[in-house]
Design a protein around this ligand. Structure first.
Ligand code: ACO
Length: 444
């Protein structure tokens, strides 16, 4: 079946292929159906495995497991392809905007002019947050990490919107989507100002999404602040590139939390917390720390020797990806923008950029990285752009969270809107003690 924009809308297509399974201890056989998506590898449907054979599959880290069916984002990690709703990331980066991408991810199709104007107006008019939420920031210690504040405040939003939290009501889900995309920049800016000890700057509805975000970050009440259009453009690009990435750790966390029927603010807050880790959204912060630690080009060989030494536990941050075993397409786009931003900001001779480029060059020729198919990922360069824009390191992952919110909500909506949705409940291989009797404390 094909929809009007040529997208194959067939789902869970059965193929003629099956996987034959033989339990060698009982001789029992069963055949597992193979299903095809619109593009990408087929999947073996193992639902009958437990029913027929009483066994589970074992796949720590989901190395070979599709946790869900989805129509939102497609990645071909070997070819370096990333599509949002079928559109290549390169085309969206060159021609679209973050707001349009957020609409696309959540609605499945590009908006026409009126739909985009209505969506933009609604997002713009939902940017303010309840004053009580703002006052909550005063309860945080002055040196609280902004991610700690953002995850807590997002979870607290559920205490403010009782009128629109029926997750089974499509209109309530839509209002939630508008609210969370609109308010995340405001909440993030409040976290930033709290850390600086500066007064909070209210959102300005005459500015576009990214200009407003930068204004809330950098304006002070005592003088006017003009947003640099290139800074807003660079930020918009970063948000587009980070907006979704199919079933990554934080998105899977949002789905798992949301699958219990928890309210959507709780689910997104869980996603923010999952994103925080250095193996995920925290990587761009870690890249800058790593570059500073390396210090100069001369130190690169010594650092790479450490990375290759398994006993050291040191990784080349910003390199490697669970899915991309070829260049991350987002890294190519971001690299170009990085040069533009630094040239405009008069920091073309930025020593960290030079160091990053040399490090990339050397690593890409090194057998260790070549044989393991380790390439720079999106975060190898994003931190350098953020610092050129004046965004402090502790805010990098928050910027990522603002972008990924568009994807998180799209996945949450897709899951809740699916009538066959089930609570996510993985099983385990138990290796603990077998049943034993309790020993009273005096006898231990
Ligand atoms: N530096 C050095 N070695 C690495 C790196 C790295 N950055 N990444 C992977 N490897 C090595 C592993 O040691 C392993 O080697 P081995 O086969 O000799 O044991 C091999 O490559 C495979 O690595 P895994 O850890 O099994 O790969 P996995 O898919 O689990 O990990 C991950 C992916 C977490 C992204 C990893 O590459 C990493 O830690 N990278 C650095 C952190 C980073 O940049 N994260 C951002 C990811 S992108 C994002 O979230 C937007």
């Amino acid at each position: 079946m094909r929809s009007r924009d040529g997208v194959n809308t067939a789902t869970r297509t059965m193929t003629n292929k099956t996987f034959e399974l033989l339990d060698t201890s009982t001789g029992k056989k069963s055949s597992l159906p193979v299903r095809s998506g619109t593009v990408g590898p087929d999947v073996v449907d193992i639902a009958a495995l437990n029913k027929d054979h009483g066994v589970f599959t074992f796949d720590p880290g989901f190395m070979a497991t599709a946790s869900t069916e989805s129509k939102i984002t497609y990645i071909d990690g070997d070819a370096g392809v990333l599509l949002y709703r079928g559109y290549p990331i390169e085309q969206l980066a060159a021609q679209s905007s973050f707001i349009e991408v957020a609409y696309l991810l959540n609605n499945g199709a590009l908006p026409d002019a009126k739909q985009l104007a209505d969506f933009t107006a609604s997002i713009t008019r939902h940017t303010m947050v309840n004053e009580s939420l703002l006052r909550m920031f005063n309860g945080f210690h002055y040196n609280a990490h902004p991610m700690a504040m953002v995850s807590a405040i997002v979870a607290s939003m559920s205490a403010f919107y009782h009128d629109s939290m029926d997750i089974h009501n499509p209109r309530h889900r839509e209002i939630f989507m508008h609210r969370i995309i609109a308010k995340l920049p405001t909440i993030s800016a409040a976290a930033y100002k709290r850390a600086l000890g500066q007064p909070f700057i209210y959102p300005r509805n005459d500015l576009d999404y990214c200009s407003n975000l930068l204004h809330m970050f950098y304006a002070v009440p005592c003088e006017p602040y003009h947003v640099d259009p290139l800074a807003a453009q660079a930020l918009d690009l970063l948000l587009i590139l980070h907006a979704d990435h199919e079933q990554n750790a934080s998105t899977s966390t949002v789905r798992l939390a949301g699958s219990t029927g928890a309210n959507p603010y709780a689910a997104i807050s869980a996603g923010v917390s999952a994103l925080w880790g250095p193996a995920h959204g925290g990587a761009n912060e870690a890249v800058l720390e790593m570059l500073e630690e390396i210090g100069t080009v001369d130190n690169i060989p010594k650092f790479l020797a450490q990375v290759k030494d398994k006993a050291s536990n040191v990784r080349l941050m910003g390199f490697g990806h669970r899915v991309y075993k070829n260049f991350d397409p987002r890294a190519k786009i971001i690299r170009e923008m990085c040069h533009k931003v630094l040239a405009k900001m008069g920091r073309a001779d930025n020593p960290l950029l030079e160091l990053a480029q040399r490090l990339e060059e050397i690593a890409l020729k090194d057998e260790y990285f070549v044989s393991r198919k380790l390439y720079p990922n999106v975060d190898f360069y994003s931190g350098i752009i953020y610092s050129a824009l004046g965004i402090p390191r502790s805010m990098f992952t928050v910027m990522f969270a603002i972008a990924r919110t568009a994807g998180w909500v799209a996945h949450w909506q897709e899951m809740i809107g699916d009538p066959s949705m089930k609570i996510g409940r993985p099983r385990q291989l138990y290796t603990g003690p077998v049943k034993r009797d309790y020993t009273p404390i005096a006898k231990r």
